[in-house]
Design a protein around this ligand. Sequence first.
Ligand code: PNS
Length: 163
Amino acid sequence: MRRAIFPGSFDPLTNGHLDIIRRSAPLFDEMIVAVLNNADKRPMFSVDERCAIIREVLPAVTTGDCRMLVESFSGLTADFARERQATAIVRGIRAVSDYEYELRMALMNRRLEPQIETVFLMAGEEYSYVSSTLMKQVFELGGRVAGLIPELVESKMRDKLNP
Ligand code: PNS
């Protein structure tokens, strides 16, 4: 049984995340989208809202025979991966600028849990500039983000801005 976790903040989920999920699913039997409960940051969406959005959007993503789960976690990614008996941590790389940060995290996670490998996947070129932070910023300032985030996310962001 090859189980992976795909950890992140997912605040909010973008089409770049979905691209990584679609690309990595064929490599594993089960993948847990692991949503960090980052209480210290001030997220746009609560961790429960982020999990609910991902659960609602995931069925539309082609993941083949890979069983998809969505869970929140607190603390270290390496601990969560070990507790779930995952053999891999999936991370997406968009551009060279991601590499240094990702390398440091991967090496630290490997030091913490030597038996768990970080697997990097290259995001599709069309998402190479897409980040949750940029999407929130552009959306909040009235810019178009259609095609870069799921429609559900866009409508939930609209609800947040105009409650
Ligand atoms: O989507 P993000 O914000 O790039 O995800 C970053 C994340 C959640 C993978 C990273 O911040 C993380 O692993 N946080 C949990 C705490 C932890 O394990 N820190 C040490 C990483 S070596």
